[in-house]
Design a protein around this ligand. Structure first.
Ligand code: PHE
Length: 397
């Protein structure tokens, strides 16, 4: 061999070694990603603490129930599912950090999360870049699944939810002049407010004022005073329960008696505790109603009460139901894929059709969104802060 050839070869060794070890690393990654001989690891990231804590806590309860049910009936592909849970405190930056940790350190094969759209939007690019399927139980902002083809959701989206509430306001409540009070920090709230406004105007209604607050605010007097001056016959508040409860209280204190309307972000037993009787006669759209006689749903409600009734509110909210369904849909996709390889699971998820869960029939469309009916609920709270949601109507897509 010529000296120059030898030199060339020697120069190539580090590169070749690097390539070989990279190939091994990625091959090993693929092979063991999140699974051992007897376990399949999935990640759940959610707000277990913070201002939207009931979202993550409820979703986790639903996921736990589903995973136990799956494991008790033999697991998936002969293995048990194991969920690793991370608290993102309801913050987008944290959601991104913990999703990264679940993927790179724990090597989960799929992610469940988040509920709040802004948190899902922060974590979804990580899942997409790593080609790990992510299923959001409850994020309804359209942008979430647009992040890429590894991102799915098992709930309807806000263009539909906005239409449902605009129809309810116009046809059922006969409202003509509505004020909008939106959370400018939440992608969910801003999106849903826009979809409501668009549809309400199309149906002949007038938006008398459209103002905002920021998540975390405690005093809404300025906004509510401005709204009162416009004399609306309803106020649309598409926010999360902590602020909505305070807004209801402060509105009544200012002598505003008209009905408040909102979306699924109201769904929390903490709403009743914060807002109390100020919420009576208010309405919001949601993913399911505990009054629905569907036997799958009624069994879920009963099992949930048995399991969690002593430690917390025994009525499962929509996040619990959606968390349950998200885990079932994932397990079903793994079974159909006959594999836990993330790319195969992704392909099977995209084919999900007619999966019967607690929140009804889940069929994922070509944009990886579920197409499902919505319900409108009326809030009823007694003076002790005990509440319930009374079913009003179902609206099909
Ligand atoms: N849809 C809300 C969002 O996208 C989250 C949510 C889902 C809240 C279900 C309550 C119930 O941010």
């Amino acid at each position: 061999m010529l000296f120059s050839d030898m030199k060339k070869l020697r120069n190539m060794i580090p590169l070749a070694l690097a390539m070989a070890s990279f190939a091994c690393l990625s091959a090993c990654n693929k092979k063991d990603a999140g699974s051992s001989d007897n376990e399949i690891l999935i990640g759940h990231y959610g707000s277990l603490t913070g201002a939207t804590a009931t979202f993550g806590q409820s979703a986790q309860k639903g996921i736990e129930m589903a995973v136990d049910a799956i494991n008790e009936s033999g697991g998936v592909l002969g293995k048990k599912l194991k969920v690793i849970v991370e608290d993102d405190q309801g913050k987008p930056e944290e959601a991104q950090t913990v999703a990264t940790k679940l993927i790179s350190k724990d090597r989960v094969v799929a992610l469940l999360g988040e509920i709040a759209s802004s948190n899902s939007l922060a974590a979804a690019p990580v899942a997409q870049a790593n080609r790990i399927p992510m299923i959001s139980p409850g994020s309804t902002n359209p942008k979430v699944t647009m992040v890429g083809d590894y991102i799915f959701r098992v709930c309807f989206i806000d263009p539909f939810q906005g239409l449902v509430m605009a129809k309810f306001a116009t046809n059922t409540l006969k409202l003509k002049k509505v004020a909008v009070l939106r959370d400018i920090k939440s992608d969910y709230s801003v999106g849903l407010a826009n979809f409501f406004v668009e549809n309400f105007a199309k149906m002949g209604g007038t938006i008398v004022t459209d103002i905002s607050y920021s998540q975390g605010d405690k005093d809404f007097t300025a906004q509510l005073t401005a709204i009162k001056a416009k004399n609306p016959d309803g106020i649309f508040v598409p926010g999360y329960y902590t602020e909505v409860g305070l807004i209801a209280l402060q509105a009544r204190k200012l002598g505003i008696t008209v009905t408040l309307l909102g979306g699924d972000g109201w769904d929390s037993s903490d709403l009743w505790k914060i807002g109390g009787t100020a919420l009576n006669g208010c309405f919001y759209s949601n993913h399911y109603s505990v009054d629905d006689p569907n036997p799958i749903l009624q069994k879920f409600v009963k099992d949930y009460k048995t399991r969690y009734g002593k430690t917390s509110d025994s009525i499962p909210d929509a996040m619990a139901a959606l968390g349950y369904d998200a885990a079932l849909v994932l397990a079903d996709a793994m079974k159909r894929a006959n594999s836990t390889r993330p790319d195969s699971v992704r392909d099977a998820l995209a084919q999900t059709k007619g999966f019967m869960g607690v929140t009804g029939n889940t069929t994922l469309d070509s944009n990886r969104n579920a197409v499902k009916p919505a319900v409108v609920l009326e809030v009823k709270v007694d003076d002790k802060g005990n509440g319930r949601n009374v079913f009003k109507e179902t609206v099909s897509p």
